[in-house]
Design a protein around this ligand. Structure first.
Ligand code: PHE
Length: 454
């Protein structure tokens, strides 16, 4: 059977941007920039983007497209023994979906709770007490939270329906799930910057503290953020590339994907920090005392700001809906891209039937998600997230760049990319793939390990 193909170039590019632009852009990037030198962070950020992120993205697109195969099979075609790297990548990705979808379940619930601003003026109590029902602190397992389960069912069903017909159903989804969060971010950003105190908030995000650039951790964070945000090393971009025709442009598509993704991050930074500035002014505490990233930002800090918004409950409900709809549509394309990377690998290796595989995987993922849906699930989620995103992503990235750069050959890949692409890439590509990416990732790994032991 012929391999499925994207309906158009834009279906592919939108799907790639959709995978890259996920929850990390909204809640990881702003916090990263803030805590790593503010405006100065953009220096290592762009260096990491151009020197490592974009080249590896091009390489992943190119490998998938050239071999017309998912990550494990592509790796096997380069070198038999390298197949395990591809499996490692997609299996970690699979584990990530199990809890990514639990967060999607939280978001579904908060979409509902936005009506009437259910968290009132104490979102922290609402989140931990009413919603998660954690009262005895960490480690408390116990009964399953039904509202989260319902959200989890919705998330898996949605993913199933998006992936069911492969590239054609994905293509129909990304035309709205990718632009919608961007539009919502723009609207939230405009409302944000017209609030009192917004400039103070934005100062925290943009005021450069160049002294921070002397800290190697800032550089490690920039490289880590770039690899994570571009969804690299999970076999996703390889699977997506494998649904292209062999002569599809690579260089341009990778650049558009990377810049579209970064633009989403910057918009999110503005939408988040302008509102934090407003909130700081309202509550009389400085911005640096209210700022948070991750789950705390999405379910505690931002809701708190919403409950302080001028205009009464109806306006606050609308802002809440816009915010959680933005997160939901931002997250969904990342969530299903992880599943698709696994599906592609399974179908290449075991000739699995797409629908049957998706149904089985969804049920399995749902059951694994139950672990995170219990009252203390949040703590499990934190631990596993930390573990996977650091070790799996870094180690796969190192092995992958070595296999592609040294075993397949960076120059050979560059020739292929240049044959099909409008923009021609120079020899710096080889340097990046063979030296810069492995060195950067090894350094990040070492720094992380050192911090871990301390
Ligand atoms: N790129 C996504 C984000 O920034 C996260 C992600 C990583 C999604 C890996 C899928 C795979 O949120």
């Amino acid at each position: 059977m012929a391999r499925q193909k994207w309906g158009s170039r834009w279906a592919f590019v939108l799907a790639a941007i959709g995978s890259a632009a996920g929850l990390g852009n909204a809640w990881r990037f702003p916090y990263m920039a803030y805590s790593n030198g503010g405006g100065a962070f953009y220096v290592p950020y762009f260096i990491a983007l151009f020197l490592a992120g974009i080249p590896l993205l091009m390489a992943e697109f190119a490998i998938g497209q050239k071999f017309q195969s998912s990550a494990p099979k592509s790796m096997a075609k380069i070198k038999k023994g390298a197949e395990f790297i591809g499996w490692w990548a997609v299996i970690t990705g699979a584990l990530i979906t199990f809890y990514y979808n639990v967060i999607m379940a939280y978001i579904f619930n908060y979409l509902y709770h936005s009506f009437g601003v259910a968290w009132k003026d104490n979102p922290s109590n609402f989140f931990f007490g009413n919603f998660l029902k954690i009262s005895n602190g960490p480690g408390e397992l116990g009964s399953i939270r039904w509202p989260i389960l319902i959200g989890l069912v919705l998330a898996w069903l949605w993913i199933y329906f998006i992936l069911r017909k492969g590239t054609s159903s994905v293509g129909k989804t990304v035309v709205w799930t990718v632009p919608l969060p961007v539009v919502l971010l723009i609207l939230l950003g405009i409302r944000g910057i017209t609030l009192d105190g917004a400039t103070q908030g934005l100062n925290y995000l943009f005021e450069p503290n160049f002294a921070k650039l002397a800290d190697p951790r800032v550089w490690a964070n920039a490289f880590g953020q770039i690899f994570f945000t571009l969804s690299l090393a999970f076999g996703i971009m390889i699977a997506y590339g494998s649904y292209n025709k062999k002569d599809e442009d690579i260089a341009n598509n990778a650049i558009i994907t990377a810049l579209g993704n970064s633009a989403t991050s910057f918009l999110a930074g503005i939408a988040v920090f302008s509102v934090l500035g407003y909130m700081a002014l309202q509550t009389g505490s400085p911005v640096n005392e209210v700022v948070k990233g991750g789950i705390g930002l999405a379910f505690v800090v931002y809701p708190k700001a919403i409950s302080l918004f001028p205009g009464g409950m109806i306006i606050q409900s609308i802002i809440g809906l816009a915010f959680f709809l933005m997160l939901l549509t931002l997250g969904i394309d990342s969530a299903f891209s992880l599943v698709e990377a696994v599906e592609a690998a399974a179908s290449d290796k075991f000739k699995t039937n797409k629908k049957a595989f998706l149904i089985g995987f969804s049920i399995f993922g749902f059951l694994c998600g139950l672990l995170f849906s219990t009252q203390g699930g949040l703590y499990w989620l934190d631990i596993i997230d930390h573990f996977l995103s650091i070790y799996a992503l870094l180690i796969v990235g190192i092995l992958e760049s070595i296999i592609i750069g040294w075993v397949f050959g960076a120059e050979k890949l560059r020739n292929y990319i240049n044959k099909v692409s409008e923009v021609k890439i120079g020899k710096w590509f080889n340097l990046s793939l063979k030296f810069i990416i492995p060195t950067a990732l090894i350094s990040v790994l070492v720094l992380t390990l050192i911090d871990e032991i301390k």
